[in-house]
Design a protein around this ligand. Sequence first.
Ligand SMILES: [Zn+2]
Length: 207
Amino acid sequence: MQSINSVLIPSFSPWLICTPPKEYLLGVIEVCYRFEMDQGVQWAIHYLERLMPPLSASQCLFLSARYQIEHWVRPAVRDLIERHKGARKLHLISDGNLDQMGAGAYAAVVKEVERVQEEHITLAFWPPEMQHSVVCRRGGDKATMKCSEKWCLIWDSKLPKSLLSFHRPLSLASLPEFLHSLDFDSEKVLKSCRDLTISRIESIGIS
Ligand SMILES: [Zn+2]
């Protein structure tokens, strides 16, 4: 199969400066996938990801199920969730979406939506651990404990309602921005501690 790849791929080279048309790429990926030409499949995926306008979320889900493009599933599902308010209720995914994505991709959507819901519920009731700055630690265990308690207090009063909102749940991607907007000053939570904690949340990729 490698020999076929080495013949086929150079023939695509005229396209390397600009993105080939969508129909052409869909034809290439279909043929290459059928004949197990991995290089051709990867080549088509590379350019499909650069199409302007981009593929719709439901098209991505259909193609990801058909050609085993696993890294397309999560962003496409997230896109569907973001675009459809309250899409945690799957019946809000339209019949048109379903026709385009097919049963295999729909199953992947259900699984991903469940995972996102679980993330939201867990995060709503179990705040991430507070990260304490050097200034805070200088006050010893008593100071850091008090700081953590205040962090949890604010979290408990604001986050469950926002993360589990029925109409417009806070997306995990916008969680850091939301946390920065909260009034920690009135509870006297050190700015250095909350900045450290929010940075930590960003770096571990709760998004
Ligand atoms: Zn602290």
